[in-house]
Design a protein around this ligand. Structure first.
Ligand code: PNW
Length: 482
């Protein structure tokens, strides 16, 4: 778009909050301290002998005050974090509530508020008590009951302190990488079925917990909000005759779990139901590999998010294929997804840098789902470990610019933009090789020393000015300390 400096398009409107995100397992460490039981990730990284692992991670369990201060000093208004399920309910049962964990999180949450920020709490960012994997984790419906129990304890103890809630972080990424590919603990592979079953169980667990909150805990805090967050890629057809492929890809990625919540009709996208059923019949099965949502489930799920939680990182090119040789999930879609070799690449191989994908995704959400309030809850890159992180700074500039244009010019109802991530933290199976932090953490030092990077100071500046310059201005090296 053609922008002049004075048309106000690059100003941060008053109703836009800028925040920063972390997650429990990726930062806390203290894996067996104060009554915590091993989580699925503790078990997995120990059995598989991950070196290094996340037993200490950033040691945020002990250093939370320093982390919160760092975030507050950069002018962030939102502090997004998650709670460790295996700390709060070590046996998974309501009979063993760990009050040491409750007290710990009370201290953390009160510190966030004391430092002038709003806590935004995720119940589930991929770590649960390891014992649940004995019955199949999210492939079992038992997980739905377990999640309800956990949510009840959390709400009872924290709903008077916390206003903003997310039930589950990125169900699709988790279900696909764990229950499809077996890349995550416990390493199940159940391609063609696992992700769909896991997705459905999470969707139902989410919806029940949403209703539980609205019924019993909504009044603990005025104007509380609760929702779910999905990771959505944007898709571009590889050639103009295949524009349909990008639309289908959207339905398999973002639409799969958004449609049941945000569309008027509810349920999974039609194209998904239709193709998976067809493929299942061709394979000689008598029912679809995609489980069905009954009428009452559709009703239960519809409308269960007060906002559209969006994690945006990247995009893909699409084209139609008859039967791809690749993964079952893409196979069912009949769409192949590739990386355009003109897109600059991040050090994380799945992350080509496509800022316009964020703007386009926001416009799609606006048009498809009646312009819901959107919280962008993650956006960032791994870049490298360098403290002069010019690539990351540019990434934030170009993505924030797209977001501001979508909001200020196209009236997309964006309410928050949250950076992933505050710290260089445990990046799941990539260990510490993909540092997403705006603050460097020295993982070789027992002190886990924190040092803000250039992007940290740049963001601090932008949030203070509440506007972006019309072109990117390269920050000084070394970072300017403000
Ligand atoms: C997110 N993909 O997951 C998670 O919410 C974070 O915990 C994680 O640290 C962050 O991304 C960076 O990896 C994703 O393949 C996993 O597109 C995979 C994808 C996207 C996000």
């Amino acid at each position: 778009p053609n922008l002049s400096d004075d048309d106000g398009l690059l100003k941060f409107p008053d109703d836009l909050m800028i925040g920063v995100s972390t997650s429990a397992y990726q930062t806390e460490g203290a894996w067996d301290i104060d009554g915590k039981s091993p989580s699925n990730w503790d078990e997995y990284t120990h059995v598989k002998n991950f070196t290094p692992n996340a037993d200490i991670a950033c040691d945020s369990y002990h250093k939370y005050k320093e982390d919160i201060k760092l975030a507050a000093n950069a002018n962030f208004k939102f502090f997004r974090m998650s709670l460790s399920w295996s700390r709060i309910l070590p046996t998974g049962s309501l009979e063993n509530i760990n009050y040491d964990a409750i007290n710990h999180y009370k201290k953390v949450l009160n510190e966030v508020k004391k430092q002038g920020m709003i806590p935004f709490v995720t119940l589930y960012h991929w770590d649960h008590p390891a014992i649940f994997d004995k019955f199949g984790g999210w492939n079992s419906e038992k997980m739905i009951i377990a999640f309800n129990n956990y949510a009840q304890v959390v709400f009872k103890n924290f709903a008077s302190i916390v206003k903003f809630w997310t039930t589950i972080n990125e169900p699709i990424a988790y279900c696909y990488y764990e229950h499809g590919k077996g890349f995550l603990p416990p390493g199940d592979t159940f391609e063609g079925r696992g992700p769909y079953i896991c997705g459905q169980n999470m969707l139902i667990a989410h919806a029940q917990v949403y209703h539980l909150f609205k019924k019993k805990y909504n009044n603990y805090n005025p104007n509380s909000q609760i929702g779910i967050v999905n990771a959505c890629w944007n898709f571009y057809p590889a050639n103009s005759s295949e524009s349909e492929s990008a639309v289908i890809a959207f339905q398999y990625n973002c639409g799969w779990l958004s449609n049941p919540i945000f569309s008027k009709k509810g349920d999974y996208p039609d194209i998904m139901k239709q193709r998976i059923k067809e493929n299942s019949y061709l394979e000689g099965l008598s029912t679809s590999r995609l489980p069905e949502l009954s009428k009452s489930m559709i009703k239960l799920i519809k409308g269960t998010s007060d906002y559209f939680g969006l994690n945006y990182y990247t995009s893909r090119m699409t084209n139609n294929v008859k039967k791809s040789q690749s993964e079952k999930w893409f196979d069912d879609s009949g769409v192949d997804m590739t990386i355009n070799n003109e897109w600059p690449m991040d050090v994380a191989a799945w992350l080509p840098i496509v800022p316009e994908g964020l703007g386009d995704m926001l416009r799609i959400i606006k048009n498809k789902y009646k312009n819901p309030p959107v919280y962008i809850l993650e956006n960032g890159i791994a870049s490298d470990g360098n403290r002069y992180d010019l690539e990351r700074t540019k990434y934030f500039y170009s993505h924030m610019k797209e977001m501001l244009i979508a909001k200020n010019r196209d009236d997309c109802n964006v309410k928050a933009y949250v950076v992933w991530s505050l710290l260089d933290s445990f990046e799941w199976v990539a260990r510490y090789s993909q540092p997403f932090g705006i603050v460097h953490v020295d993982h070789n030092s027992p002190h886990r020393t924190r040092t803000p990077k250039t992007s940290y100071y740049w963001l601090k500046d932008m949030i203070h000015q509440r506007a972006l310059p019309s072109t990117f201005i390269t920050p000084l090296h070394p970072p300017k300390i403000i």
